[in-house]
Design a protein around this ligand. Structure first.
Ligand SMILES: [Zn+2]
Length: 200
């Protein structure tokens, strides 16, 4: 069910404080569960409609950049760290080795030049609230040797194959500011084939 604006919750930050407005908890009547064989009560349903406020903290730059067609990662620049220069994608706020704050960096070009499918899973059944087309082609994305982690994402078009070159695409037209703004396609895919709202 699509809600109207007067049935939604919104949040702004004004003068450094969160200012929620609208509806965050919508009450709904519960329903009894009867045993059709015996006519006896077995329980009740428990509907819950609530809007959760999810704060990104220092990861906000990653999600904001997706809508601008940029893939941000983070890198440890601490001279005293044994793993200085390691790049983390998914984005990590802190270096896991020295626990110092990592530096946000733009790896869009690196992703376009070096991303490959490390492994993949094709799933024909999804959980609740899925909006991805089924079957979902989940891919583990590998970049060059500077990026020391593997990124979990989705192949939007084409058939996955280990080692195949892929490029990122971004939901730049109406961004959701979530990970749903990033997917990948096989190298050589033309812009006209991309899903609605996505660009290279
Ligand atoms: Zn470090």
């Amino acid at each position: 069910m699509v809600k109207k604006d007067n049935e939604k919750g919104f949040v702004d930050i004004v003068n450094g404080r969160y200012k929620p407005r609208g509806l965050f908890h919508i009450p709904e009547a519960n329903q009894p569960i009867f045993n059709k064989d015996t006519g006896k009560l077995a329980g009740v349903t428990n509907p819950r409609d609530m809007t959760y406020i999810h704060t990104y903290g220092s990861e906000a730059i990653f999600f904001e950049s997706l809508g601008k067609g940029k893939l941000m990662a983070s890198r440890c620049d601490n001279d005293k760290c044994d793993t200085k220069g390691s790049i983390y994608e998914p984005f990590r706020i802190f270096c896991p080795d020295c626990l110092r704050r990592a530096t946000p960096i733009d790896i869009s070009d690196k992703a376009r030049k070096t991303a490959t499918i490390h492994s993949f899973i094709v799933t024909h059944r999804s959980g609740a609230f899925n909006t991805l087309p089924i079957p979902i082609k989940f891919i583990n994305v590998e970049f060059d040797e500077e990026v020391v982690t593997i990124l979990m994402s989705v192949l939007a078009l084409g058939e996955p194959e280990i080692g195949k070159k892929i490029v990122p695409i971004f939901r730049t037209k109406t961004p959701t500011y979530t990970i749903m703004d990033l997917m990948f396609v096989l190298e050589g895919t033309s812009e006209s084939e991309l899903p609605e709202g996505f660009t290279f």
